[in-house]
Write a protein that binds this ligand. Structure first.
Ligand SMILES: Nc1ncnc2c1ncn2[C@@H]1O[C@H](COP(=O)(O)OP(=O)(O)OP(=O)(O)O)[C@@H](O)[C@H]1O
Length: 666
């Protein structure tokens, strides 16, 4: 997880900020115009002391009321022009900067969708959220204020100092006296502030993670009465963040103190020296007024440097944090093989970019050539299971369990020889973040699921079943070996083609904040409609959807929390089968269902499975019996393959696993 301990790369703030250029480029014309307008506005302010000098030495000294009125009018116009120009600057930058922030956020989101699952395993979601929201807000603020005003104030200070030196160079030198100590303080401050700003922003990420976990896990927290410990964890982290923010405030106070005090002392000294010079007759009163007015006009540009530097530093850290994610390598798209060129591959939605697709974990699926065999398989589905047909199903199931599985396998219409099914060739896998000396989760897996065959994958908890299924849609890359679909390596297929061929349903079903129907149709191409939706809902026995307030248009809440676990599982299953996938990977998809619903789903699934090559992770004999054969995963290897009955007879571990389940081992 990326947490507060994330190492900050040793990069200067300027170099970090320069990385924003590609995003700022389109807005450069407006930004430069805005900076120019601000410099003109600021310089207009510097003309005011010169008008004052003319007023004091001219009309005021000559007691000329008309001249005084003219001077006052001049001053008013200058003030008005200055305000107008600053307003224009704001108008110039507001829209393009909002666009910069939006496009950076869109890029981040797109990138996150394309990053491999192993990245998401490593990174806390709160860290990603804080980078996408708080950090990008800081970047926008930097582009709106410090970027322009560091330049504008710098130019204003230079022009002001030149004006003061031209008025009276000795007084000018007095004013310039604190410049060196102020600059040294700024350099020291920048370094220290960078460290603290980074720490604070990382801590915001950690805090976001805790809040997010608390909201998502509210049932567990309440169920186990963990609200106190959770509140303590939150308090500790927010206490840490508060400490860091206070340290930032102390640093800011120090630099602010130096930046304000030294120039003020210099102005005081210049006032004393100036008054003495006026008394000696070496300087006109108007020049002294103009000089002091210029010095006072420069107070804000000088004083603001402290917080402008602080904001810039925070923006540099935010940019660093943003690019830490953006620099992570995305999944390569796979071979360029077009979906259409693949055996049986659907050309689903191939024009749209992969990131616009449903996330693969949602169970994407395929548009298969709608051949007559496939259609008839789906037409055989019985969408309405009343209680009578349910008991019939169950009676048929119990009769068919075990003994007639091979017969059922034989009755499956064998697909053409060109299809070679799903094959693991000597596959070894170790999680990317696993310690180097730990044994691989999977070792030398050789497994063949024949075309049209359903194979159950059975193994003890933690034996690697989920891991093995995740390798097929390339959620993780195999460490060595090869996986082929109909003879074509999964790495040789483009990701689009792969995801068009394989549909996945996981044990923990994720639903998105959308209508129920949309959640299911995510698994199909854009052309799937009500008929496909109804068929998939029937297969998954998800008819409860029609009883929801708005039927398939009912919105399900965040992660589908308003539905029961079994209902969510059935929707995830419907999503997996809605696109009539060629290869179906089901990770214990019926675990949350009651026996009646499970039996009904199994009966309906059989029709789908008869025509699909499927790998089904199973813990219960009832799920195993959906399959033609069973593979036993043990110690990271395939220990045995056979029918349920064969393995029950010949493999003690398998017999133990199956009997243990009935005792509710899971
Ligand atoms: N993202 C990950 N990073 C590192 N190790 C992991 C990761 N996910 C799982 N593991 C480890 O891999 C092993 C296999 O896990 P996996 O989830 O595949 O088992 P499983 O057989 O599906 O278990 P279950 O039946 O409980 O679902 C476990 O030891 C687990 O700790």
């Amino acid at each position: 997880m990326a947490t507060t301990s994330a190492p900050a790369p040793d990069r200067s703030a300027v170099r970090s900020l320069l990385r924003l250029w590609p995003y700022v480029r389109p807005a450069r014309a407006r930004l430069f115009s805005a900076a120019f307008v601000a410099i003109v506005a600021s310089s207009t302010g510097l003309v005011i002391p010169l008008v004052l000098k003319w007023l004091v030495d001219g009309p005021v000294a000559d007691r000329d009321p008309a001249g005084v009125w003219l001077g006052a009018l001049f001053l008013l116009l200058l003030g008005f022009a200055e305000a107008l120009l600053f307003g224009l600057r704001r108008w110039l930058v507001a829209r393009p900067l909002a666009h910069v922030e939006a496009s950076m956020r869109a890029d981040l989101y797109r990138h996150l969708q394309r990053l491999p699952v192993s990245f998401h395993d490593r990174w806390a979601s709160g860290q990603l959220l804080s980078r996408g929201i708080a950090d990008l807000g800081l970047v926008r603020m930097f582009l709106a204020f410090p970027l322009t005003f560091l330049l504008v104030n710098g130019v204003t200070i230079v022009i002001g100092v030149i004006i003061m030196l031209l008025q009276d160079w000795t007084l000018g030198l007095v004013i310039l006296g604190p410049a060196v100590p102020v600059m040294v303080t700024c350099v020291v401050f920048e370094k220290r502030y960078a460290e603290v700003a980074r720490r604070a922003q990382d801590q915001v990420g950690d805090l976001t993670t805790v809040v997010e976990e608390s909201v998502l896990g509210i049932r567990v927290i309440k169920g186990f009465g963990r609200h106190r410990s959770q509140a303590r964890a939150f308090r500790d982290l927010s206490g840490k963040l508060r400490g860091t923010e206070l340290r930032k405030a102390r640093l800011l106070a120090t630099i602010w103190g130096v930046i304000v005090t030294l120039p003020e002392m210099a102005i005081g000294a210049a006032l004393v020296v100036g008054v003495v010079q006026v008394a000696d007759g070496g300087l006109s009163a108007g020049t002294l007024v103009a000089f002091l007015s210029t010095a006072l006009a420069l107070r804000w540009p000088v004083e603001s440097i402290g917080f402008l530097l602080a904001m810039s530093q925070e923006a540099a850290t935010a940019t660093e944090r943003y690019f830490e994610v953006m620099d992570e390598e995305v999944e390569e798209p796979g071979a360029a093989g077009s979906p259409a060129s693949l055996p049986g591959g659907g050309a689903r939605d191939s024009a749209s970019p992969p990131e616009d697709r449903a996330p693969v974990v949602a169970g994407t699926s395929a548009s298969l050539p709608a051949g007559p065999a496939r259609d008839s398989a789906f037409l055989r589905e019985n969408p309405a299971h009343d209680s009578a047909s349910l008991s019939e199903d169950r009676a048929r199931d119990s009769a068919s369990r075990g003994a007639d599985a091979p017969a059922r396998a034989a009755s499956v219409v064998r697909p053409p020889a060109a299809r070679a099914g799903l094959r693991f060739h000597g596959v070894t896998f170790r999680y990317p973040d696993a310690p180097a000396d730990s044994p691989p989760v999977l070792q030398h897996i050789d497994l063949h699921v024949r075309p049209g065959e359903s194979m159950a994958l059975v193994g003890a908890t933690g034996s690697g079943k989920t891991t093995l299924t995740a390798l097929i849609p390339r959620l993780y890359e195999v460490t060595s070996g090869r996986i082929t679909l109909d003879g074509v390596g999964v790495t040789e297929l483009s990701r689009d083609a792969l995801r068009a061929k394989v549909a996945v349903a996981f044990e923990e079903p994720t639903l998105f904040s959308a209508a129920v129907g949309d959640n299911v149709l995510m698994g199909a191409d854009g052309t799937a409609g009500t008929a496909e939706l109804e068929r998939a809902l029937a297969v998954a026995q998800a008819d409860f959807v029609h009883a929801l307030p708005q039927g398939t248009d009912t919105q399900v809440g965040e992660q589908g929390l308003s539905l029961s676990g079994g209902q969510r599982q059935r929707l995830a299953l419907a999503r997996a089968v809605v696109g009539r996938p060629e290869f179906l990977v089901l990770d214990d998809p019926l675990s949350a269902l009651d026996v009646h619903t499970e039996a009904a789903v199994e009966a309906a699934l059989r029709d789908v499975l008869a025509d699909t090559t499927a790998l089904i992770v199973a813990h219960r004999p009832s799920t195993v019996l959906l399959a033609d054969r069973v593979a036993l995963l043990s110690g990271g290897r395939i220990a045995a393959v056979g029918t349920h009955q064969e393995l029950l007879r010949t493999n003690a571990e398998y017999a133990h696993l199956m009997s243990g389940e009935e005792e509710g081992a899971r």
